[in-house]
Design a protein around this ligand. Structure first.
Ligand code: MRU
Length: 372
């Protein structure tokens, strides 16, 4: 694992042999102060990077997991074991295990097609590794396309001269494209529809203040960062027209797991009559999870809460409660924007329809509005 000074800001890229194989990550823990890259040459270093949030955000975790499986294949490691380790690095964002499973399936299918697994030849191993890498590239390309479609669909939900409040980070740092919720915000900005972006700081790790504000500043978006606890009075003052967030996992009944604090914003939005809209690719929907109870919420180290920028802010020995995510019930979600269109209302029936759209490919990149 080596750090180098950044000369570009792509959040993740594959480094092919002979310089690789490796997965090169923009180290998001140092942003916005430092743009440095981390080169992961084995699965352990990538797994560690995922746990430490060097690379993060649901869609990009799917891409990272798939490239990690390809890395194992190129190195001649145990590919199934690598997929399992990477999948388990963070439990809530379903894209991570989904991306690993897809890359592993591509590897295994290539192996199965190449002859008996008992005596795999050098050539069959190489072509299975190539198939695995091709799948990782396909996942990245699909994510970029989904991101563009989400932006196009979501723009319809943004009022003129909108003041949008967002939480956590959902831009190019979490995607192979321009992101999810942030891609809509960018589209609104380009269309002249955005008056102001309110950025919730997103304690404890400040993905809003550090990352979303960084992305907004680079895009020239007029924005202001607020303490998470200021969102209530901001809404009460009538300063928010739309709350727009991403998602890390959406259950089959429409329950949305997203960065901790999202649920509070959804409740506030309901109270103040402000639409609460979620944007995510369909790869974030976990149809195997029936509802909120089936979503594992990652618990992170207490020191993330009891310290700030490496300095203790609570007395030594204080306990901490540090769930990385919370779950918002579907009834609080005004609409879900995916690459297939706008789903409104959000419930088991409309998500089932969306699942069918995904399987058949019907409606992709077209405006599918579901009413039930
Ligand atoms: O813990 P993180 O930084 O990986 O958090 C995930 C997120 O970025 C957010 O929850 C986001 O809103 C959904 S992922 C686009």
């Amino acid at each position: 694992m080596t750090h180098t000074r950044a000369v570009e800001t792509s959040a993740l890229r594959w480094l092919a042999p002979p310089a690789g194989p490796a997965v090169v990550l923009l180290d998001q823990t140092g942003l916005p102060a430092e743009e440095a890259y981390l080169t992961c040459r084995d699965v352990s270093s990538l797994e560690d990077a995922i746990r430490r949030l060097v690379v993060r955000g649901a869609p990009l975790l799917g891409v990272a997991g798939a490239y990690g499986v390809a890395l194992a294949a190129y190195r001649g490691d145990d590919v199934a074991a690598a997929a399992s380790r990477l999948s388990g690095a963070r439990p809530t964002a379903v894209n991570l295990s989904w991306g690993c499973a897809r890359a592993l399936a591509a590897y295994q299918a290539a192996q199965d097609g190449a002859g008996p697994v008992s005596a795999p030849s050098m050539d069959s191993e190489r072509s299975a590794a190539r198939a695995c890498l091709a799948e990782a590239r396909a996942i990245a390309a699909e994510d970029a396309a989904a991101s563009a479609a989400i932006a196009a669909h979501g723009l319809a939900l943004v009022p003129e001269r909108a003041r949008i409040l967002t939480h956590c980070n959902t831009g190019a740092l979490v995607s192979a494209g321009e992101g999810t919720a942030f891609a809509i915000i960018l589209a609104a900005h380009r269309a002249g529809q955005l008056a102001r972006l309110w950025v919730g700081e997103t304690r404890p790790l400040l993905q809003g203040a550090r990352l979303t504000a960084y992305e907004a500043a680079r895009a020239g978006i007029p924005h202001a960062v607020l303490a998470d606890s200021a969102a209530a009075s901001l809404m009460a003052a009538g300063e928010v027209d739309l709350v727009l967030t991403g998602a890390d996992r959406i259950a089959a009944d429409g329950s949305v797991a997203n960065k901790v604090g999202t649920y509070g914003l959804a409740v506030l939005a309901k109270h103040h009559g402000v639409p609460f809209v979620v944007a995510a690719p369909v790869s974030t929907i976990d149809f195997a999870a029936s509802g909120a109870g089936a979503i594992t919420v990652e618990q992170r180290p207490g020191r993330e809460v009891t310290s700030f920028a490496g300095k203790a802010v609570a007395p030594a020995g204080s306990g901490a409660y540090n769930p990385a995510f919370d779950v918002t019930e579907a009834s609080l979600v005004t609409a879900l924007v995916t690459e297939h269109g706008i789903t409104q209302p959000v419930n088991t029936g409309t998500l089932q329809d969306l699942g069918t759209t995904r399987e058949t490919g019907v409606g992709a990149l077209s405006d599918v509005s579901v009413e039930r």
